[in-house]
Structure formats: C-alpha cells, structure tokens
Design a protein around this ligand. Structure first.
Ligand SMILES: [Zn+2]
Length: 263
C-alpha cells in the first residue's frame, strides 16, 4: 500500500456502526463470557481489515477464568518504540455498555481505518483491552508483559467517548503531561474545546501511568447512565465521536519526537 500523507476524514460513521454492533448485536460483554470472546473476534477482524497485524494476549482474571487483549500494528513484528491507543471492550453485567465502552472501541477502530496507509511520525499499537471493569486486569497484564516500559512512549485512552457533551482530556498521576497537552493543543488548533482534567485512575490509563508512562485520556463528562441498563444507543452521538476521532487522528499524525526526546 502506498503511503498517503493525510488521513481519511473521521466521520464517525464506522465508530457509530461498531458501537451499535457491540452494544446491541453482541450486547453485554462481561469478561470471560461468550459475548466477550465474540467481541474480541469481531475487533480482531476489523483490525485485519484495516491492514494491520493482529495479536491476542490471554490473561487470567482475578476471579478465575481468562480474557484477552487484542492488539494490532503495522508490519510483521511489534515495533520497538510506539504509542499505545487503547480502549476496553468489556462491559459490566446488565448493560450493552454503548457509551462505556463500545464507543471507545468504535473510535479506536475508526482511527485505525482512518490512518491506514498514512505515513506516521511514530508507530502506533492499537489495543482493545479485556476486563477493564473491576481491577483493569487486561491493561495491567499488557504493562506487566512489556519487556521495558521505555518502549511505550505514551498511551492514549478512550473510555466513554460516545455522548455529545462535555468533551475532556485528562492526565493521571505524576507522569509528564506532554501527551495530554499535545492533544489539547491539537483540539484548539482545530477549533474544539476540550476541558483539561486530572482523572482519578478509573480506567486503563492508570495501569500505564503507574508504570511511569505518560498518558492522555479522552472522555465525556456527561455519563448519567454509566453501568446501568440505560447505557444504550439512545445516548450515542456520531458527531460526538467524530469530534474526538478528528482530534485524535490529527494529534497522532502531528507527533514529533522532539516532544518526548528532550525530556
Ligand atoms: Zn469504561
């Protein structure tokens, strides 16, 4: 595939379609259930369709049983140094988890599709994490399996990004906030308003930040239905997902090693 210099426009069409399939077609995705495994297979297929190499990583659940992370990258082997863009695909019991977090997976996958064939300043590894709900078991396992944490330059997390209001970018812990700041600057340059937040550690970004890896977390504040049966497609905004996806794609293509090499 010839490299293109610009990404496809991020319309939110794919993100919305994927969010609907995960939340309504598959439904609740509790770790280790058949639906959880079906979601992982669906995600792997879409990564392959975007021309990426797919790996799965099984891990044990604290409550017994197992789930898996699905991750994808260009070329035959995992890059040595890369940015992680991640979203969890599991949901709590009793809900299809449209916003939390089929929406994050939708934006993750449309990002991979938008950037297919685009020349990137730094390799990206896309990760759909299993078993975030509860103790963040999937992302903790991913970080624990890294041969050296220095190989992950930074991690962008997408969790509950499907509604229309209250767009936020957040950092966590004591890590260098350069990646969140870069996403914020990108948003401003595109005319979007992102509220700066310091999050409390309730998603997969915490596993990376706790290992000293810089993080940036996209979220939407307006989540009245989180972890309830009402977390369904009636809340989901294609336009809202397109806004976050547009910021993310532009932030990824404008990364510059000077942002982290001089630290
Ligand atoms: Zn979540």
């Amino acid at each position: 595939m010839r490299n293109r210099t610009t990404s496809r426009p991020f319309t939110g069409v794919e993100a919305y379609r994927i969010t609907r399939f995960l939340s309504e077609g598959i439904g609740q995705r509790v770790a280790e259930s058949d639906a959880d495994r079906a979601a992982a297979l669906f995600i792997a297929d879409l990564f392959r369709g975007a021309g990426l190499t797919v790996s799965t990583q099984e891990f044990p659940l604290p409550s017994g049983g197992a789930s898996c992370n699905v991750f994808a990258y260009r070329g035959p082997i995992m890059p040595e140094s890369y940015i992680v863009v991640g979203a969890h695909y599991d949901s709590v019991a009793g809900t299809g988890g449209a916003n939390d977090n089929a929406s994050g997976v939708g934006v993750l996958l449309e990002t991979a599709i938008s950037l297919a064939g685009v020349a990137l300043p730094v390799p990206i590894v896309y990760v759909a994490f299993g078993a975030e709900e509860g103790p963040h078991a999937g992302s903790k396992h991913f970080v624990a399996e890294l041969s050296g944490v220095s190989s992950v330059i930074g991690m962008v997390n997408l969790d509950a990004v499907g509604v229309a209001d209250g767009m936020e970018i957040g950092c966590y812990g004591e890590v260098d906030p350069w990646l969140a700041a870069h996403c914020q600057e990108t948003a401003e340059s595109l005319g979007f308003h992102l509220t700066d937040t310091h999050f409390g550690g309730k998603s997969d970004y915490a596993s990376f930040a706790d290992a000293g890896i810089p993080v940036a977390c996209f979220a939407r504040t307006d989540q009245p239905t989180a972890h309830t049966p009402d977390d369904n497609m009636s809340l989901i905004s294609q336009q809202g997902m397109a806004e976050i996806g547009t910021i993310l794609v532009n932030a990824l293509v404008s990364l510059d090693p000077g942002m982290w090499m001089t630290k």
